[in-house]
Write a protein that binds this ligand. Structure first.
Ligand code: ZN
Ligand code: FE
Length: 255
């Protein structure tokens, strides 16, 4: 049985996620922008928190960890290389580390770029990947610490997961990401369809996450730096994939 997945809006545009194993009662949260909305969701569902999984050290992903840990006694898990700038960790993780949540095992994928120590959590049995500010819905995180080479390699690892994987990312930036994508590929029919779906979801006050990896592959320009249509749109038909990715990121920073 796949884990239950609950998307929790936090702050102005952050998301946290609850995952729950009905068989064992284990419940984990991925990122804690704020403790209060997560406590409220746990109470409403009658779940008790066993684990806190952190993707990266930015305040909008960890600000509520201390309060949530104090209230629940949950185990805190995060990247070893960022241990010095994360809340105290009970379990420090590196690439290919595994974390068990109830009866399911998550594998850690190192995804440096937005920050150097950023990690993602892949749950192969349920088909979830928690990507924080690395791969985002129709976009990717800014390169605050890493190089384009690093982020392109990170996104390429995520792109190789099964296409039906649900991509659970950290922010509601999808509408503006899609405006940027459409400026490059105005005739991409999958992108036009997604633009309509995202606009309808936002009008209804609904999150646009999670998305599927297959729709990201079809519409997210940052996963499409190797595709001839994107290279042509950049005027970089003969450039390397990573050079095209770097140019996409530069243009999005100014968009
Ligand atoms: Zn961040
Ligand atoms: Fe963030």
């Amino acid at each position: 049985m796949p884990l239950d997945l609950v998307t929790i809006p936090c702050r102005t545009d952050n998301y946290a996620y609850l995952i729950h194993d009905a068989a064992t009662g284990a419940t984990a949260v991925v990122d804690v922008p704020d403790a209060a909305p997560i406590m409220a969701e746990l109470a409403a569902r009658g779940w008790s928190l066993s684990d806190i999984l952190i993707t990266h050290h930015h305040d909008d992903h960890i600000a509520g960890v201390g309060a949530l840990q104090a209230a629940t006694g949950a185990r805190v898990c995060g990247g070893l290389s960022d241990a010095h700038r994360l809340p105290p960790l009970d379990l420090a993780l590196t690439e290919a580390s595994t974390v068990s949540i109830g009866s399911e095992l998550a594998r850690v994928i190192a995804v440096p770029g937005h920050t150097i120590g950023h990690i993602a959590y892949h749950f192969p049995a349920s088909g979830f990947v928690f990507t924080g500010d690395s791969l985002m819905a129709a976009g990717c995180g800014r390169l605050f610490e890493g190089t384009p080479e690093m982020m392109w390699a990170s996104l390429s690892k995520l792109a190789a997961l099964p296409p039906e994987t649900l991509v659970c990312s950290g922010h509601e930036y999808t509408a503006s990401n899609i405006r940027f994508a459409l400026s490059l590929e105005p005739a991409n029919s999958a992108l036009m369809l997604r633009s309509t779906e995202v606009a309808m979801a936002r009008e209804a006050g609904l999150p646009t996450v999670p998305s599927t990896l297959s729709e990201e592959l079809a519409t997210n320009p940052f996963l499409r730096a190797s595709v001839p249509q994107i290279k042509a749109a950049l005027g970089m038909a003969d450039a390397s994939d990573v050079a095209c990715f770097a140019e996409l990121r530069r243009r999005k920073d100014r968009f």
